[in-house]
Design a protein around this ligand. Structure first.
Ligand SMILES: [Zn+2]
Ligand SMILES: [Zn+2]
Length: 131
């Protein structure tokens, strides 16, 4: 059994997978996520600090959602997040198309689980590449 302290509320809980938060905090997070998603949909130009302030959520959490491809910046939004590989602005995820391709070809991907979770086909979105 893997028992941990929740990093949000400090409560001890039975850890299974994912971020180190207990089920009740996770539930609150999901509610927060819907709120953020709603806000982003209505305010396409909103940047991370604005979302953070409006929805009362940490910027790091928003970034994490973007990295997990749960949140995506609008196509026509000037905003984005940096590719972890080369620093190019991307709309969601962790890497730009180029780095993704490089990762799938050579390099050992960090985890199989992560790879299978990846749903977006980089070829679908050539428009995403701009600075
Ligand atoms: Zn908790
Ligand atoms: Zn890149």
């Amino acid at each position: 059994m893997n028992v941990r302290n929740c990093r949000k509320c400090g409560r001890i809980y039975n850890y299974v997978v994912g971020p180190n938060i207990c089920p009740s905090c996770r539930e609150k997070m999901e509610a927060k996520f819907s709120e953020v998603k709603e806000f982003v949909r209505e305010n396409k130009g909103a940047n991370i600090p604005e979302i953070s302030e409006h929805c009362d959520i940490e910027t790091s959490q928003i970034q994490q959602w973007i990295r997990e491809e749960r949140l995506v910046f609008a196509e026509d939004s000037p905003l984005g997040i940096e590719c972890e590989g080369c620093g190019t602005m991307i709309k969601t995820g962790r890497y730009c198309d180029k780095c993704k391709a490089a990762l799938t070809q050579g390099f050992n991907p960090t985890s199989k689980k992560e790879k299978s979770q990846r749903k977006t086909d980089p070829r679908e979105n050539p428009k995403m590449r701009f600075l």
